[in-house]
Design a protein around this ligand. Sequence first.
Ligand SMILES: NC(=O)c1ccc[n+]([C@@H]2O[C@H](COP(=O)([O-])OP(=O)(O)OC[C@H]3O[C@@H](n4cnc5c(N)ncnc54)[C@H](O)[C@@H]3O)[C@@H](O)[C@H]2O)c1
Length: 416
Amino acid sequence: MATELKTIVVTGGAGFIGNHLCEKLLSKGNKVICVDSFITGSKRNIQHLLTNKNFEYMGHDITTPLKLSGFDELYNLASPASPVDYYKKPIETLFAGSFGVKNTLDLCKANNATFLQASTSEVYGDPKEHPQKETYFGNVNPIGPRACYDESKRFAEALVVNYMRQYKLKTRIARIFNTYGSRMRKDDGRVIPNFIIQALKGKPLTVYGKGEQTRSFCYVDDLVEGLILLMDSDYPMPVNLGNQEEFTMLELADKIIEMTGSKSKKEFLPLPQDDPLQRNPDISLAKKLLKWRPKTKFDEVLEGAFLRVNERYFQGVIEQPNLQWGQDSFRKLAHYNFHNDTVTVSTLFQKARREILDYLMYHELLHKYHQFSHRNGRSSFHTREFRKAEERYPKQKEIEREIGNIASRRKSWKWW
Ligand SMILES: NC(=O)c1ccc[n+]([C@@H]2O[C@H](COP(=O)([O-])OP(=O)(O)OC[C@H]3O[C@@H](n4cnc5c(N)ncnc54)[C@H](O)[C@@H]3O)[C@@H](O)[C@H]2O)c1
């Protein structure tokens, strides 16, 4: 029997998690309406979806009522989410979690649609209980710098369960723990992009306090799978979604320095107020209820990420080709493969290695070409200096041929 396809609204669909969710829902054949004000998200995140006939974008700020009808489900992800964003926009954050949630709940009520709220592990504040179970009430400072986010999400949960109780609305609440993956903004202040970019640029990695605070990181594909399973369940109370692999910030910094082969040092800054010391989800409920658990290993993704130069994420970081960086990364990954004997990573490695070499050599050659052309006019492409550059690459002829191939493959490289 064919599955019945749905029309699904994703508010905040142009954000980091939202665009992955839209992509996944579309791949299952659903129609997706992405509602976003671009306050922290960007059109670039949904550019690749705009040509899909089942995808529609609607520019709207959910803190004012919105008109939409004929949909089955709504995922409400619309809220500034990274500390950098909500420190800058505390009122907008509080309004997203209050007026925004009310407006989207009302819309679901009018359409008899199921509502899923993207809540957060921040509702536990700086927890005194580890790991955090859904039954833990949290330890939150209601007037501290993080309160605009934490309290807006706590209020949102209260509003959602009361729409469920009073109006019998079908509702879900996902308590999302730290998530990472491609298309995170490199300047949004979250620790993984921060560290990677600092390491790649050779700058000190900023560690707060003694770096002993821990976080766990869930890969975005795993999280999106959990959100969809939760929507498809009939469970109205909060469910933790996150990865239990836990690292101290020092461990994370060292891991990233090692993987990138960077010469960066660590710089210690004072711990921000109310920064939680430990975060680790108890996901027994999700395991039991949704048969869900994160599948992706942190190290594996991180290694892959260094090599996936086609991720927009690294755009701007590899402006100046740095062969040394590339070669160091290959060595690390080869080492990793050797010890872990993983075929998938190995295959990825071979493919990515080729792509990154192509990329770096192509740019190196192109750079030379432009440099000499600029200095001496186009005819100087084969100057003595350029021939010297050729000698640095004994397989230059082959590479030149490859450049043609690369150019024709460009369209398939997401970031071109
Ligand atoms: N990324 C994480 O680690 C994480 C962890 C816990 C919870 N969450 C929750 O998941 C959701 C998505 O987070 P993200 O990391 O993708 O953040 P993000 O900032 O990348 O995405 C949020 C999106 O919502 C949009 N938005 C914000 N306020 C809006 C409004 N009033 N009207 C319309 N659009 C609005 C933004 O423009 C952006 O596109 C958020 O609700 C966040 O609280 C994320």
